[in-house]
Ligand binder design. Structure first.
Ligand code: IPE
Ligand code: IPE
Ligand code: MG
Length: 255
């Protein structure tokens, strides 16, 4: 669709936003509460963010909920987090499904118990026909492990004589990642003021715009998402090419 404003080129809204939801522990600590309280409050921010993303017409929203490295936390915290996840699925699935959300899970799901794995698979199957928003939950996800797994699968195909090494390019490689078939994130947001990726979507975020928000995740909401999208709209994405040349003056102008 062409813009009615000659020459004005509003930046397209991000099609895929990925969020590193950080700061639950600090949110709780500041209130003298246990970390679990911060995680619980974080679930409310997830709800607000999904709603706001739908409002902005975002097609894909990826939420980093638990990293491969988060298994290093004390067992009590890991248990709290898996409990919350299960509770979230049970409490919100119907509403998500009715809102047209399709759920996808990426990460090492086999590191969770069989019943949680079954619930995840069930949630994905139940929402598979939905098209309004693709919600990707990254669970026990780590980009280096994901890339190593892809390399192993490709090597196995080569060893089996099913794949010519000359056919391995970026496109083929990406089909072996957990995110196969998903668009790359346009915008990666991290909350809590930390400015690092912590092993999140290292391949996929190669050209993502990064926005760091000082808000702790439980305080994140529609306004924060709106600000991040506005910031994204001000960025110029070049993908290594030259910046867009300034359009020439209209014919007849000047000498
Ligand atoms: C993010 O909050 C949630 C997870 C990593 C699971 P944190 O638990 O990392 O909170 P901080 O960073 O300690 O404040
Ligand atoms: C990143 O946060 C992982 C998630 C938000 C799920 P962390 O709190 O685990 O990251 P680091 O340890 O501060 O890098
Ligand atoms: Mg953290």
């Amino acid at each position: 669709m062409s813009s009615p404003f000659q020459g004005a080129r509003p930046a397209p809204a991000p099609r895929h936003i990925a969020i590193i939801m950080d700061g639950n522990g600090r949110w709780a600590a500041r209130r003298g509460l246990p970390r679990a309280a911060g995680h619980r409050e974080g679930v409310l921010a997830v709800r607000r963010t999904i709603e706001a993303a739908i409002g902005h017409g975002v097609e894909w929203l990826t939420l980093f909920a638990f990293s491969s490295e988060n298994w290093r936390r004390p067992i009590e915290e890991v248990t709290d987090l898996t409990f919350l996840l299960r509770h979230y699925l049970r409490a919100e699935l119907r509403e998500l499904a009715e809102a047209g959300v399709r759920l996808h899970v990426i990460g090492e799901r086999d590191r969770f118990g069989p019943s949680l794995q079954a619930e995840l698979a069930e949630a994905e199957a139940r929402t598979a026909a939905n098209r309004k928003l693709n919600l990707v939950i990254a669970l026990s996800y780590g980009a280096r492990a994901e890339i190593a797994t892809a390399a192993r699968r490709i090597a196995a195909a080569v060893a089996a004589g099913a794949l010519d090494p000359a056919a391995i390019d970026e496109t083929l490689f990406a089909t072996h990642l957990a995110t196969a078939g998903m668009p790359d994130p346009d915008l990666v947001i991290r909350t809590s003021g930390e400015q690092r990726l912590s092993n999140f979507l290292l391949w996929q975020a190669a050209y993502a715009e990064l926005v760091f928000d000082e808000a702790l995740w439980p305080d994140f909401g529609a306004a924060n998402l709106g600000q991040a999208i506005a910031e994204y709209a001000r960025r110029e994405r070049r993908f290594g090419a030259r910046p867009e040349p300034v359009p020439p003056p209209a014919a007849g102008a000047g000498g």
